[in-house]
Design a protein around this ligand. Structure first.
Ligand SMILES: [Zn+2]
Length: 280
């Protein structure tokens, strides 16, 4: 997913040039705000006289700007935005209230698949696929619930921005945040989705700090995530070339734990108010 930005400028031939340029994400993980800066250079050609211009797009956690030929040419630029078709998935995370239902449907299908009659020498492959699927389903659920709850609540967004180590490095003010609220939803959703799908360990403290929900001991989930890696990348074999420990029983156990985790999340998180749930 990449941000883009509309720019306009006047060519020396008099032509009014309008272009869309790409904007790199800032370094979300930068230790200091100034280290978050990313730059990209793109060529823009005037269609009237074929003159080439170099557009430099600079993005930081504060915001993005464009300059042409190192400031030689005045350029107007807008706010960076995500192309609508690329944000559909993020809007789904933000707007959908059916994450638990989707998880339950996945788990129900998995229980059915476990009973399917397949040749014995195919069972291992089936279990490997199912293990990966169940772990992805719980990740998707946790990401969905968290993103939906946080992006639909100013209070929770504020809490995230203030307490999350990545966001709290950003020095933008709350006023700025709510001025660019719709963009902020996408920024927050993008950040959270990346984080949750790549570093599940951060999810436990995030649920606790922001949503007030403690998962308890989920060391099993981290082990199952590692196992999923072996499922997805080496079709069920670890780096040493040994078949991983997966069976119908290990998947049934995983299903129970996943259902329990989701049920505990639902019991706590469902009570958090959402502005659009209010009865007026
Ligand atoms: Zn021109």
């Amino acid at each position: 997913m990449s941000l883009q930005m509309d720019i306009t400028f006047s060519c020396e031939c008099g032509e009014h040039v309008e272009e869309i340029v790409y904007v790199q994400d800032p370094e979300f993980s930068a230790e200091k705000n100034k280290d978050s800066q990313t730059d990209s250079w793109q060529e823009v050609i005037c269609h009237s006289c074929d003159k080439e211009y170099i557009v430099q797009v600079t993005n930081t956690l504060y915001g993005a700007m464009a300059s042409i030929d190192y400031g030689e040419v005045d350029v107007n630029y807008g706010m960076p935005y995500y192309p609508k078709d690329e944000t559909d998935e993020l809007y789904w995370y933000i707007e959908s209230k059916t994450h638990h239902e989707i998880l339950q449907n996945h788990l129900k299908s998995v229980r059915t698949l476990l009973e399917v009659d397949v040749p014995v020498d195919t069972l291992f492959s089936l279990w490997v696929m199912i293990h990966g699927h169940v772990v992805s389903a719980i990740e998707g659920y946790l990401a969905g619930v968290f993103i939906h709850k946080v992006t639909n609540s100013e209070e929770l967004t504020k809490k995230l921005v203030e307490t999350d180590p990545e966001f709290s490095k950003r020095t933008f003010s709350l006023k700025e945040i709510f001025e660019k609220h719709s963009n902020l939803k996408i920024t927050v959703a993008t950040y959270l989705k990346e984080l949750i799908f790549h570093d599940l360990k951060k999810v436990k403290p995030m649920f606790k700090d922001i949503l007030g929900h403690d998962f308890g001991d989920i060391s099993w989930l981290f082990k199952d995530v590692v196992k999923r890696h072996d499922c997805v990348h080496r079709a069920g074999y670890n780096k040493e070339g040994e078949a991983i420990d997966v069976s119908k029983q290990s998947i049934l156990d995983l299903l129970d734990k996943v259902e329990g985790l989701a049920a505990s999340v639902e019991a706590t998180v469902i009570q958090l108010e959402e502005p659009d749930d209010l009865p007026f």
